[in-house]
Design a protein around this ligand. Sequence first.
Ligand SMILES: [Zn+2]
Length: 243
Amino acid sequence: MNVNRYRRQILVKELNEKGQHILSKKHVVIIGIGGLGSNSANILVRTGVGSIDIIDYDLLDLTNLHRMSIFNEKDGGKLKCKILEKKLQRVNSEVTVRGIKKRITKENIESAVRNADVILDGTDNMETRFLINEVAVKNNISWIYAGIHTTVGMVMGIVPKQTPCLKCISHSIADNKTGEIPVLGNLPVTIASIQCTETLKLLLGKQLFGLITYDIWNQRFEQINIKRNPECICCGKELFELI
Ligand SMILES: [Zn+2]
């Protein structure tokens, strides 16, 4: 590893050179390349996380560009996972970036995340998030939930059996199923940045915050301390319904 390229962030005591070496050995899987997934992949590649799988099956559309800073108009109509792999590999040749064309299902999710140190949620639907939650709890893999809607984003790092899982807090998360999700273009990169900070802390074995919410229009940041539900069917009773 060329330590020198990271020297400005190694000066940050929360990371330091030892932490940089730890990051270079870690493997992260990002499920979904939208406003969150693309920005998080971009950040983690530049930060020097050793290997990153980015999983998505969709093509880039012009309507994506207001919130995905790494793509441009020439990328329109191409597979997001493959373009992102190419662009990010050029950013940092010391890390391994793999763009994987796949729609995550209950049949393929376990093999997709098998070697992950952390899974990042870059999806836009609760169905896939609950699938990630189950496979993460079942296989004891930490993951970072993140969601965005209009001007508000949410992030929560989940360490199975130690912190509340998504099912524990499902009553407090709105499921906006219908139609396109409205979102201000500069919100995802902000929430992705928070998601990546929590990812780095997980990879370095540091303490996480609970549920974080940020309203970028009203500049309101909140940390909500929540507790595990001992009766949770997922992390409490380990009744896995989806996989
Ligand atoms: Zn739970």
